[in-house]
Ligand binder design. Structure first.
Ligand SMILES: [Zn+2]
Length: 128
């Protein structure tokens, strides 16, 4: 009697251990209406640190973004010299469009890097 209890399912080898309950979804929507999950966190929180959603160009009343303003534009490139999305920087649509053009002009004038490789070669540090 005790012998049976000590044997684990993996050691017995005969029948495979019972499969886990098939895809139990705690927050699955029901027929009565959309499921509300009060306690569950939805999605990976903190992927980007929470920032204030204000467009820095609107705050500074900048009408036309100058591609020569490298110190300002630099903040809108990622560490791999990619243009940051507006969901990360809070830039409004109008200024995000201008910003993309200005960044590309600055790249063409060799004021800003195109790739991470350029950062290493030129020694321009984007952050800090
Ligand atoms: Zn703006």
């Amino acid at each position: 009697m005790t012998e049976e209890q000590t044997v684990t399912p993996a050691e017995s080898g005969g029948t495979p251990p019972a499969a886990p309950p098939a895809f139990a979804r705690p927050g699955a929507p029901t027929a009565t209406g959309p499921a509300r999950r009060p306690m569950q966190r939805r999605g990976p929180r903190g992927r980007y640190p929470p920032r204030r959603r204000v467009c820095q160009f609107c705050v500074d009343k900048i009408d036309v973004i100058d591609f020569k303003d490298v110190s300002r534009l630099r903040r809108y490139l990622s560490d791999r010299a990619k243009i940051e999305p507006k969901r990360k920087t809070g830039t409004c649509a109008r200024h995000q469009r201008q910003l993309a053009v200005a960044l590309k002009r600055a790249r063409f004038m060799a004021l800003l890097p195109y790739t991470a490789n350029h950062i290493r070669l030129s020694g321009i540090s984007l952050r800090g």
